[in-house]
Design a protein around this ligand. Structure first.
Ligand SMILES: Nc1nc2c(c(=O)[nH]1)N[C@H]1C(S)=C(S)[C@@H](COP(=O)(O)O)O[C@H]1N2
Ligand SMILES: [Mo]
Length: 244
């Protein structure tokens, strides 16, 4: 473990971003219709770098040559709950971009639109410029342990300045594109803001922030219940399969 770049953000004196409420427990969450979708492989870190690249790159080694970083950062779901002081570790997205995407996959210099894809079919995009920020990680550990299935095993994006829905879990592919016009969010278009910056309350694309808060807040309880119940069933199914 090396530098603690986010340590300054880990202190609890700072206030929450606008419209957010702190919760104590960090729970599995997501779009309601993704609570019953699961990753196929939570054990081995493996993803593809695709899109406008000279050659598709399959990454499956344990980060050869990439510096590991640890950071403490807060997590803000667009539905208004926030979790403070989460201790992640992994590698910086910036290093993956420079040392793997550019150097090995030969990503086009003008491919500024990035789609992140999860093993469960989830996907969302961010501008490359946002992903190159210091505090954006591809994390494989939380609190010193390998990521649990609930929190994105084997690998997830951590982008603390952007709402939770940009923090894709179970990463299967990173797609670098010149033209992002064919990207579709797996839900109604109004739900996905192209940047979703927490500080600016970019909760969604068309409606005012207060409308998103009023729409989403009542869904927190039932979504988090669904996320827990379906995860329990998934675990039972897995352990029955393994017992056979
Ligand atoms: N693959 C995948 N990533 C995802 C989601 C999802 O359903 N599938 N949901 C997003 C949403 S809306 C949130 S708030 C966070 C929740 O992260 P958590 O389950 O670790 O709390 O994951 C995000 N990343
Ligand atoms: Mo979310």
């Amino acid at each position: 473990m090396s530098e603690g770049i986010g340590d300054a953000m880990g202190n609890r004196e700072h206030s929450l971003p606008p419209g957010q409420v702190e919760v104590q427990a960090f729970r599995r969450f997501g779009l309601p219709w993704f609570t019953w979708r699961f990753p196929t492989d939570t054990e081995s870190i493996a993803f593809d770098i695709v899109g406008d690249v000279a050659r598709t790159l399959h990454v499956d080694a344990q980060w050869p040559g990439l510096p590991r970083v640890e950071q403490v950062s807060d997590f803000h779901c667009v539905t208004t709950w926030s979790n403070r002081g989460l201790r992640w570790s992994g590698v910086r997205f910036r290093d993956v971009h420079a040392l793997l995407a550019v150097a090995e996959a030969g990503v086009a210099a003008d491919a500024g639109f990035v789609v992140l894809r999860g093993q469960d079919g989830y996907r969302t995009s961010l501008p490359l410029a946002d992903l190159l920020a210091d505090d954006v990680l591809l994390a494989d550990r939380l609190d010193g342990e390998p990521l649990s299935m609930e929190h994105g095993a084997p690998l997830r994006l951590v982008a603390p300045a952007h709402y939770g829905y940009k923090n894709v879990k179970h990463i299967a592919a990173i797609e670098f594109l010149r033209d992002g016009s064919r990207h579709r969010f797996p839900g109604p278009g109004f739900m996905e803001h192209p940047r979703a910056r927490v500080a600016f309350q970019e909760r969604g694309k068309y409606l005012p922030a207060a409308v998103y808060r009023a729409l989403y807040r009542p869904l927190i309880g039932v979504t988090s219940w669904m996320a827990r119940v379906f995860a329990e069933r998934f675990r039972q199914r897995r352990s029955r399969e393994n017992a056979r």
